[in-house]
Design a protein around this ligand. Structure first.
Ligand SMILES: O=C(O)c1ccccc1NCC(=O)[C@H](O)[C@H](O)COP(=O)(O)O
Length: 210
């Protein structure tokens, strides 16, 4: 595991206090376009605001089994840099999105054994693999991912680690060698209510990551 200071930060599920969170300069900011999520942001986001986003923060749209043309349409509307796909999106769908100029983060949920061959198959059409805990909901469950599963995986694309990350367990990550994590993704453990992030906790994390 690289030092925390070398790891990028993605804050996911923004909606109700976007400017305050973006002022903290996360490397990625995630917006949920899945309308069954309590963090669904599709109806409230201001498209103009997205044109003024700081260049250092990548805008990520989160989707679950949406038709690919709808993902593209949403990405154009909100000027997204990346799409994060939490469902059963195929290689062909990822390829189509990439061919249209989008960065692709494909989510692989960790409630079953990791299928390395499948990950390798997706390598040419994804920018990052994101590992998350899947329970009843597709994401934002707040349950820690069993990161020991990633040990020694040696994948061709970088890993974003997600799933129930907190100030406390992120500290433990550094003790695990042999884990090559590019970024961490925080969500429900850093919010006041779904969609309203706790900026004080995020500031503490940023300090911890320096
Ligand atoms: O956050 C949601 O409500 C959500 C719903 C459906 C698909 C994805 C969703 N979140 C995506 C994320 O990237 C979360 O950060 C990730 O699932 C981890 O969340 P948490 O376990 O709360 O830290």
């Amino acid at each position: 595991m690289p030092k925390l200071s070398n790891i990028k930060l993605k804050v996911c599920g923004l909606r109700d206090n976007i400017p305050e969170v973006v002022a903290l300069k996360p490397d990625f900011a995630g917006f949920i376009f899945y309308n069954k999520s309590p963090r669904y942001a599709g109806d409230t986001l201001l498209k103009d605001y997205f044109n003024d986003f700081p260049e250092s923060t990548m805008k990520v749209g989160v989707f679950v089994n949406h038709p690919v043309e709808r993902v593209l349409e949403t990405a154009r509307q909100f000027n997204l840099d990346f799409v994060q796909l939490h469902g059963d999106e195929s290689f062909a769908e990822c390829l189509h999105l990439k061919a249209n100029g989008l960065g692709v983060i494909k989510v692989f949920s960790g409630n079953k054994a990791i299928d390395r061959d499948r990950l390798i198959e997706y390598a040419e059409v994804v920018d990052y693999y994101l590992f998350d805990t899947r329970l009843k909901s597709y994401g934002g469950n707040g349950v820690a991912f069993d990161w020991a599963q990633l040990k020694g995986l040696d994948l061709p694309k970088p890993i974003i680690l997600s799933g129930g990350l907190t100030l406390e367990n992120i500290r433990q990550l550094e003790e695990l060698d042999d884990l090559d994590i590019y970024a961490i993704d925080i969500n429900s453990q850093f919010e006041i209510r779904p969609g309203m992030k706790n900026t004080e906790l995020i500031k503490q994390l940023k300090e911890q990551m320096q």
